[in-house]
Design a protein around this ligand. Structure first.
Ligand code: ASP
Ligand code: MG
Length: 455
């Protein structure tokens, strides 16, 4: 069970986490206790990043004042959750962690340099300290628990700030250091995001890496389910800023989650849970403020359900139509065309072709003028701005051909510029005017989701 920054933001939030764990243990007395992975408290990693920046800018005093501020914030949370001897021990540990951070900051200040390795030492403070607090708070509130130093479990390569796990070693360590705690009936609490090289140098997996840690630990320990606890109910059938009342998506496949992530519909980044999906371990997204909500389950293949899975949109795109100046598509035309986009490092998203022309959508128009003048040397080019992609996603599109017809019919008189169904056949992509996005999304949602997901 992984709890993100907002779920462990302060003593009150950590209190909710304790009740979630207690509830889980009471509800499933025959199960093993869960393994808990926590992020830093919300915004702490951002503040630590700022410390690094200030050191490099030569503003050491400001950096040290942030160290003091973070120390006070963690002390306050600890004091609100733990008491007596346990609190004294915890406060000593927290002070030790911040004293060594302070000493490091002073050392880095002398050269105004923070190397990638130093950055990881700096950033790991957030998860390190918070995991200690959460473990102590569990015990203080009657949930037997043990802090496990994630840096001793998650073994990584030396790619500081974006380290990759060494699965074999991490599996050995997880079996040696985490499994026995579970066997004893104590809840192991580890920091996410942080690890260390084989020689014990601290590393991090990259920003937002706690989900990745949870997936790695879950895969190494062969757990039954990985839960990502956050501050939303799960994935929704559409962006609530576009569609007034979207539904919760109860389950989806990993591939669907990946398609939706491209549109920013990500509650978590699918690639971060790959280790779990590869081992066929279901990943569930849950809301720590509303633990009674069932959340969204992501599995390798998805679970059978009726209808479609979700809608997504990407706005403010440009459509470029490129027509060969020869009568028919000469061979080599496509290669030349895409070479132009490659030369100007501009990815294209949707591509449709007819016998004589190719249309592509471009998200980043920065180098469009250069691209167009290059294309003009061998093609006619037409550009339309303020366009958008609306995408219908669902594994069932493969098996239910009628869904395609229903989607197109639902759009009624909304003018469509491009329509494409990729080889995977788990999505239909419509390119239309940005001004029509809200109407298109609501028409599709009303037709395709009201009945299907609510039932
Ligand atoms: N605390 C880290 C970050 O903010 C890792 C995480 O929250 O997943 O990037
Ligand atoms: Mg986070």
């Amino acid at each position: 069970m992984k709890f993100g920054g907002t779920s462990v933001a302060d003593a009150e939030a950590i209190g909710r986490v304790i009740e979630i764990i207690r509830g889980h243990i009471t509800r499933y007395p025959a199960h093993r206790v869960p393994v808990v992975v926590v992020s830093a408290m919300s915004k702490v990693t951002d503040r630590l990043v700022e410390i690094g920046r200030l050191i490099q800018d030569g503003d050491g005093n400001k950096a040290l004042s942030i160290v003091a501020e973070l120390h006070a914030r963690h002390e306050a949370a600890a004091s609100a959750l733990v008491s007596g001897d346990a609190l004294r021990v915890l406060l000593t540990q927290i002070t030790d962690d911040f004293t060594s951070l302070r000493a490091n900051v002073e050392r880095w200040m002398s050269t105004s340099e923070v190397t990638p390795a130093a950055t990881d030492t700096l950033l790991s403070t957030g998860e390190l300290v918070n995991s200690r607090i959460v473990a102590a708070a569990f015990t203080a509130r009657g949930v037997r628990s043990a802090w496990v130093d994630a840096r001793r479990v998650l073994v990584t390569d030396r790619e500081f700030t974006a380290a990759a796990p060494d699965t074999e070693r991490t599996t050995e360590r997880a079996r040696a250091l985490v499994a026995p705690v579970v066997d004893a009936g104590d809840v192991p609490v580890l920091g996410g995001f942080i690890g260390a090289t084989v020689d014990g140098e601290p590393t991090t997996l990259g920003r937002g890496g706690s989900d990745y840690s949870a997936a790695i630990f879950g895969a190494c320990l062969d757990v039954d389910e990985i839960q990502i606890w956050t501050d939303v109910d799960g994935m929704l059938t559409a962006d609530p800023r576009v569609v007034a009342e979207p539904y919760l998506v109860p389950q989806l496949s990993f591939a669907e989650a990946s398609e939706l992530a491209y549109f920013g519909a990500k509650v978590l980044h699918p690639s971060t849970i790959l280790p779990a999906v590869a081992k066929n371990i279901p990943v569930r997204i849950l809301n720590s403020r509303r633990p009674e909500v069932k959340g969204t389950m992501i599995t390798a293949d998805g679970r059978p359900h009726a209808g479609l899975t979700a809608l997504a949109c990407k706005r403010g795109l440009t459509v470029v139509d490129i027509t060969s100046t020869r009568m028919l598509m000469a061979h080599g035309f496509l290669r030349r065309l895409f070479e132009v986009f490659e030369r100007f490092k501009t990815p294209v998203d949707v591509v449709t072709t007819s016998e004589v022309s190719v249309s592509v959508t471009v998200d980043n128009p920065k180098r469009l003028d250069e691209i167009i003048s290059n294309l003009w040397t061998f093609a006619d080019v037409n550009v339309e701005r303020e366009m958008a992609i609306v995408c219908v996603v669902g594994e069932n599109l493969r098996s239910e051909p009628r869904l395609f017809a229903r989607a197109v019919t639902a759009l009624g008189d909304v003018p469509l510029r491009l329509v494409s169904q990729a080889a995977s056949r788990r999505n239909i992509t419509f390119v239309l005017r940005d001004a029509d996005v809200t109407r298109a999304m609501n028409l599709l949602h009303g037709e395709l989701f009201t009945a299907a997901v609510a039932s």
